[in-house]
Unconditional design. Structure first.
Length: 50
């Protein structure tokens, strides 16, 4: 149903990638939100699928 992803920045296993970025890596979240990068690009850049 829901897959886990591994954060490339800190190594945490997460289910909600956007929430993880917002909670743990606010500076990355703000820069990506400001540049209006697509979510698929953010996932490829900062997370590895399991």
């Amino acid at each position: 149903m829901f897959g886990k992803a591994k954060c490339r920045l800190c190594g945490d296993e997460v289910r909600l990638a956007l929430k993880h970025l917002r909670d743990k890596h606010m500076e990355i979240y703000l820069s990506e939100a400001a540049s209006k990068t697509k979510m698929s690009g953010v996932m490829k850049k900062y997370f590895v699928d399991y």
